[in-house]
Write a protein that binds this ligand. Sequence first.
Ligand SMILES: [Fe+2]
Length: 299
Amino acid sequence: MKQSFDFLDAGNETHFRSWRAEKLRRSAGLTNDPVQIGSLEGPDRSEALTVLNQCKHQNFCIYQVTDPGDPTERSSLKLRAFAKSFGLCIAEDHPFAGDDGVVDLCASSKPSKVGYIPYTNRPLNWHTDGYYNSEGKKIRSFVLHCVRSAADGGNNQIMDPEIAYLRLRDENPEFITALSHPNAMTIPENVEPSGKVRPASCGPVFSLDPETGDLDMRYTARKRSVIWRDDDVTRAAVDFLNSILVSADPHIHTVALEPDQGIICNNCLHNRTGFDSQSATLSVRHLLRARFHNRISGA
Ligand SMILES: [Fe+2]
């Protein structure tokens, strides 16, 4: 369904006030207890509607698979079937993905993965996935599914981008205009260990999904390898956003995924704590991740 509120029209206070009131009312009515899903590969209609309702009103849903089935079967194929239930069919083309388009997120000493924090046990700062991608390869949704959790740590925090938008606009509507500028955030060129060059990526933090008019967000809280537009309002907006992300905002949710639990989301802001820092060997923490260029839809 087409979004009726124009997120980028920072001058229309009346529309914003009515969207804001409805957003907070809907969000307050949700619980973040995991939604129970019988089988990952085939949620029934009632389960799927519950997932969709959570995603519609807060852009993410935590789920728990109650009947995981044969543990020797490949969870990645079940995960793709689950994603397909929500209109997520074509996974991104990722260098570390298997044939089924799913990436194994676990600590790795493979030379090709050295230097990439997701494949270590170190913390990951707040970001949206694929913030370094070009406009044409924007990540709009992902599913993160836990196979094995860490002995300690490895927790995620997650925040609905629309709430981040709301907080920024409450503070100063000019923050929205600054972060919607086409040159707001540049990620410099990167040479991967394979020698492949990922070109520089320049674009806005906030933009609209061209199909639905929903809010897309592209962001990283990292200080290195990101160049912000040289403008006082942009700098103030980034500082304010970072202050929200380290605050006790009630809309920041902490998630400690257990095996057979996962997150499906419209590329929400998220981070990860470090894990198993005392382990002498690589951690057993193992998550599966599939990312898509379109948003969650269905039913
Ligand atoms: Fe991520």
